[in-house]
Design a protein around this ligand. Structure first.
Ligand code: HEM
Ligand SMILES: N[C@@H](CC(=O)c1ccccc1NC=O)C(=O)O
Length: 267
């Protein structure tokens, strides 16, 4: 019988199971996905800790995918497509920031029940996080040494990100396709020309604003993260071997696109 009590629906017409090939859990690989939460302790909050990090990594994967496409669109001069993708990127980044609230429901006492088991693991070792930074323009090859634990495939991915063009490189290409010079000496004048003549360059201006929002949201996440860290471990050093909050505070001053911030002073 169909769910509404009518005549049974032929198997090949059942929504979501056309031809009987797909099911919800099969399509989404849920048995494999839901088998990946394996706490190292009996502490009740470790499931939350693992879940939240796994969710972050899934979103990081999507962000890398969308940002690669946005970079491609900028290289091809399809600025409307890049802007469309940045809207999605920003929406995901908003979720990443707000998700900190969920982990902050854990008390420091409850975290301490399993923290020692985590050492020397740390978010410091997130390959995808560092890939996002490299792709966005914050390339720092010194971080490669913190990935000694990483697989050859992961290391190759990071090295590739260090070599390949950044979002900023793609934006510069979009500027030069419109006849604007992009050498180190001329770039600020070109950015100012875009800002001052929106009738001619509004698409380039809006795209620069999208890049700036991406930068701002990343900085916002770093702020939320370090506040959460101070709340959880105070002045203790990190499981990854850094000074902890002081190291992370230093990172909150980083910018992906420093010239877009500097531009404000010249307007
Ligand atoms: C109880 C919650 C958390 C604490 C106490 C914490 C603590 C820390 C500390 C101390 C560091 C510095 C590296 C070290 O020495 O360990 C760090 C780095 C990092 N954490 Fe967390 N973290 C927490 C949650 C998270 C979450 C949910 C994520 C999401 C993926 C995350 C991602 C990162 C990343 C990407 C870094 C490297 C940052 C950089 O190098 O700029 N952390 N964390
Ligand atoms: N670095 C954290 C531990 C931690 O938060 C963590 C440990 C393993 C995997 C991911 C983590 N998340 C962020 O650093 C600490 O020092 O307490």
């Amino acid at each position: 019988m169909g769910i509404d009590g009518d005549a049974p629906v032929p198997p090949h017409r059942r929504f979501g199971e056309e031809g009987g090939r797909l099911s919800y859990g099969g399509y989404l690989r849920l048995p494999a996905l839901l088998a990946q939460q394996q706490p190292e302790s009996e502490a009740p909050d470790e499931l939350l800790f693992i879940t939240i990090h796994q969710v972050y990594e899934l979103w990081f994967k999507l962000l890398l995918h969308e940002l690669e496409s946005a970079r491609e669109a900028m290289f091809e001069g399809e600025l409307w497509q890049a802007r469309h993708l940045f809207r999605r990127v920003h929406a995901v980044e908003k979720v990443l920031i707000e998700q900190v609230d969920v982990l902050e429901t854990m008390t420091p006492q409850d975290f301490l029940e399993f923290r020692a088991k985590l050492e020397p693991a740390s978010g410091f070792q997130s390959v995808q996080f560092r890939e996002l930074e490299f792709l966005s323009g914050l390339k720092d090859e010194r971080y490669l040494s913190s990935f000694r634990h990483a697989s050859d495939t992961e290391l190759a991915r990071l090295r590739r990100r260090l070599e390949e063009p950044t979002l900023w490189d793609a934006y510069l290409t979009a500027l030069s396709q419109r006849g604007l010079p992009v050498s180190d000496d001329e770039i600020m004048d070109s950015l100012l020309a875009v800002a001052r003549d929106r009738r001619s360059y509004d698409d380039l201006w809006q795209l620069a604003e999208d890049l700036l929002t991406h930068d701002e949201k990343a900085a916002h996440w770093r702020m939320r993260h370090v506040q959460m860290v101070e709340r959880q471990i105070g002045t203790k050093s990190g499981t990854g071997g850094s000074t902890g909050a002081p190291y992370l505070r230093g990172r909150t001053r980083m910018h992906y696109f420093p010239l877009l911030w500097e531009l404000r002073a010249w307007l």
